[in-house]
Design a protein. Sequence first.
Length: 639
Amino acid sequence: MKKFVIFSTLLIFILLIITVNAIESDNSYKSPQSDNDYDSPKSDNNYKLPESDKNYSSPTIGSGYVRPNTYNVSSNNTINENETIKKFEENNTQKINKTKENNETINQTLEFNKEDKIWIDKKFVGDWRVYSQSIYTKDGDFRYPPTPNTLLTIKEDGTWNFEGLQGTWEIDLIKDEDWKEWDIKNYGPLRKIVFKNWNKTIVKGPIEEDAAIIKFIWSIEIYQDGGSRWLKFGPSGKQKLYVETKGKGKVLSGDKKIDCGKECTAEYDYHYTVQLRAFPEEGYKLKWYGECITSGDNYCKFNIKNPTTVIAHFVPICEDNSQCPLDQVCENSICEKIECSCGYVNNHQCQEYACCSDEDCGEGNNCNLEIHQCIQKSTCQPVLINGDSDDKHDLVFVGAGFRDPKILEQGIRLLMDFNSESQNKLGVFSLTPFKENRHKFNSWLILAPDYPHYEEESPVKGIGVDTLAVPDRYYYETLVQSCERDTVIILSPAIFRPWANFPTTGISGGKIYMSLNNPIKEPHFLGRILAHEFGHAIGGLADEYIEYGKENFAQKYDFPNCASDLETAKEKWNDLEGIRGVHYITGIKDVPGTTYFKNSKPTFSQLGYFPDGSDFGDGGCAYVHENIRPTISSIMKED
């Protein structure tokens, strides 16, 4: 996000597209909606593709292509029968039958009703059920109402009926004007079905077919106001029922087709009434999942209209919650899963979050879904802004216990010394390298008058303070969500030992907990202490002093200013040796290539030396004497 961070991103895209008969879309095509009930025909793997003699030429390209003519209609709207039959046969052979096999198959069922002058294809005769329904409005909106249960009946005499309507039907070739009327791009179908007297109008739709198989037919009803209703019909033949059992028990059907203790399947006619009965073993109780519309005494009854799955779950009978998993509760002698839409389940209870949406937080607040806490919509106030946050490192100062923004801002300006005016180098921006880069920072403040603190016994004796008031480590997260931020500084007047978290990514993302009441350091040194913590939070630097009880800490990180041996130290700062006192400083004597350093007096006079005679300021770093640091004295040691 900032120039402090160098992002190196390698984007590798390997795109393999294998397309057979690909159809490009101009985004106007309205995709037919599926209700996922369609059961794909299975292949017995014996079918062989027709071999090509490689001389085939697409009927829509090449010099030999002849655009199909429309029917010749006379002035009295009667069809010229001979010419129509001739042209249909030509078009049917040219556009529909791409192989000899397909041609023979389709023509076996195609008949011309000379009396009614319509084309009848016997493959369409029968009952068809609605697979999907889509309603489009003239302004481009759409919705998917429930699919009607009524069957479309197509009869051999050329009539049809559906939803109380009836009329005549015929098959024809799709023309360019059909695609325009439907407002979709030609996606492959060659024929259309035409329903006459559909709500006193003519309704047409494409036929999706493959050789002798009619997969789907469409009725696209265009409303006078520009909207449309799309119905997708599929064969209403046998429907599969899948029955699965879980736990101890079995399921039987009244017709004996279903008899299983694990899982089984059966086929039924469309709209057949299926009756199932479950038999739980002793100590178990049944719960149905699926299509049951009536159930009781372990019975399940429903009408099957599409491929259906029914699950019989046999669960142990419980007496109390202790017999159920922690995310379930005992209800009606069954362990039921606890519904907990806004919270998490623990110990048979839903622990609700403070919020799951902005509506839960009231006016002036937003719900942060990462922590499920309500936060103020706008809490950040600028202190000093040097440019766009995308190009700057944003510092957010959280005033723990502060109620007056003017007092908090005054304290921030004293600590930071934004104009580098401090002659004694007591502010952050009066120190190198912050001074030279102060224009790269933005500063913001947030008031947190009720910031929580917890008490902790002081580990240091002899400073006049026995109990510390330490700010909560995570409460700030509820406050800064609306702020541009890279480093967050919690400023508190309470007494505690300041500390910082190391960067989470590169040199961005650290957090600082800064006490403004230090019993060891004078108040005018607070700016230097903050600079020390910035060294941790922004630079990822180690402390360059000794402290017992933290010896294992150094092993977790690779610090730029601390090394465990001379070879590693040279790799890190050999190019700086000799500049402003940079060398290899350690707390162990007689290490070749290094300088041993022993502090001449205690760093803190109130505390004195450690019991073994060593001091905070002796040679070493990251709390260990054996480690090597670059200088004898620095911000990371003294402050």
